[in-house]
Design a protein around this ligand. Structure first.
Ligand code: CTP
Length: 431
């Protein structure tokens, strides 16, 4: 129920914030991704570094952090979330929420959102029982905010009573209940009107490979290349946006699993091929991975000594060609197979020949010459090579390349379906 869900977690300034670290760990274990926002007071109780390490994502603190603002925008933080959780919710935060104040990033996000909000209050018993807090609580409930806790018990301040933040397990349970409710609503909405929500690749299964591969030489060394995986990840995300059911097979890259799809992590070309074979059949296969062409003929069990290798050459053998093996399938071949040709010279000639040699339908010719941003950077300059010819695209952010490519795929499959109505998925190639 929690897998692939995104939570915007706001930490208020209270001693209970240490329990929120445990909550983060549990949420991550259950498959959630978490964007954490700390109030100034919260960072006095837990370090931003410990929160960032546990969420494995950048954390946000200041409303006027311009880098954050230009890159993501504070409104976007709550747009991306399925649920907003405030833990610990201090008396001060609750008061600001009830009054609709927006004095820092946390309260601004809470005021600017239409997403469900769950709070876990934590404060001294007298603060909790104070009529002002009880008034705020009533208002928050009226506004649709869900409340978990507080519990009764010994407090950090030496008193006893209501005010201890609910335990991480209880908060997790409450989060699961929220997601169950959301799911029910989505199912109901879908059954009311499915037509209006049809996306271009609804019902399509897609496979994307991304990133480099690591080919071990010995336990500490490996062969690889400079691929970052950004282009393949962006394509996988766009396919999800277009409604496809996507599996991403990723080599070792420093990117988080995208939401809304399954990511399979591999290291070697052999493992990448095996993962792809396991996922097939699909309707669309996009091989954006920079697969190492070779691996060591044999992998040393122990670290090779300089003295032993200096006098001999490293023996290599060729890796399997994943794109070719998918393109050449005689049974259940994807309707559309797309490759990425990485070239530093004779771009169009080499990529056109590669398209023929590998048997894929489309080849995206990728200029990776030194000085371009393609390997590891955020932009790409590509040409799309199909049976109709060569199309030059301008230099674009990788996300835009992904968007244009997926839009093209949508148009192509629709045209194909229109020209052969009733034809079964898979089967003949699409050249
Ligand atoms: N590819 C693959 N398996 C391999 C090598 C490449 O699936 N063992 C795929 C890549 O994912 C890409 C396409 O083939 O979609 C072209 O990869 P590229 O590195 O440009 O070409 P190579 O086949 O490696 O040829 P060369 O290194 O000679 O340019």
């Amino acid at each position: 129920m929690t897998s692939h869900r995104r939570i915007l977690l706001i930490l208020g300034g209270g001693i209970a914030a240490y329990k929120t670290l445990e909550l983060i760990r549990r949420l991550r274990e259950s498959g959630c991704s978490i964007c954490a926002v700390l109030t100034d007071a919260a960072s006095q109780f837990v370090t931003p570094l410990s929160v960032a390490s546990l969420t494995n994502e950048k954390i946000y603190q200041g409303l006027f952090d311009l880098t954050n603002e230009t890159k993501i925008g504070h409104i976007q933080l709550s747009r991306d979330a399925d649920l907003i959780v405030v833990a610990p919710a201090t008396a001060d935060l609750m008061a600001k929420m009830a009054a609709g104040l927006a004095t820092d990033l946390a309260t601004t996000l809470l005021l600017a959102t239409d997403k469900p909000v769950l709070i876990a209050p934590a404060m001294n018993v007298r603060m909790w029982e104070h009529p002002a807090t009880q008034r705020n609580l009533k208002q928050l409930k009226k506004d649709g905010v869900k409340i978990i806790g507080p519990n009764e018990g010994d407090m950090a301040c030496g008193e006893f009573g209501l005010g201890r933040m609910a335990e991480p397990a209880e908060i997790l349970k409450s989060i699961i209940v929220q997601f169950e409710k959301q799911n029910d609503r989505v199912t109901k909405l879908k059954s009311l009107d499915t037509k209006e929500h049809t996306k271009p690749l609804d019902g399509c299964r897609a496979l994307v490979t991304a990133g480099p591969t690591w080919e071990p030489i010995d336990p500490v060394r490996y062969l690889t290349n400079r691929s970052s995986g950004k282009q393949g990840f962006a394509i996988a995300r766009e396919l999800v946006e277009a409604g496809a059911n996507v599996v991403l097979v990723a080599g070792p890259v420093a990117l988080n699993d995208p939401r809304g799809l399954k990511t399979v992590r591999v290291e070697t070309a052999e493992q990448m091929l095996a993962a792809c074979e396991h996922i097939l059949p699909v309707d669309i296969a996009i091989c954006a991975a920079a697969v190492s062409d070779w691996c060591a003929s044999s992998q040393a069990i122990n670290k090779l000594k300089k003295s032993s290798i200096s006098s001999r050459q490293l023996e290599l053998k060729e890796n399997p060609d994943i794109l070719k093996s998918i393109s050449m399938k005689s049974k259940d071949r994807p309707k559309l197979v797309v490759g990425f040709a990485a070239e530093t010279e004779d771009l169009i000639k080499n990529a056109t020949e590669k398209r023929k040699a590998k048997g894929c339908d489309w080849m995206v010719a990728n200029d990776v010459a030194p000085g371009t941003d393609a390997m590891g950077g955020n932009t790409n300059q590509v040409h799309l090579i199909t049976s109709d010819g060569v199309e030059a695209w301008p230099q674009l952010p990788k996300t835009e390349v992904a968007h244009s490519l997926v839009t093209r795929i949508g148009h192509h499959l629709r045209a194909r379906a229109a020209s052969s109505p009733g034809k079964k998925q898979g089967g003949k190639r699409d050249r």
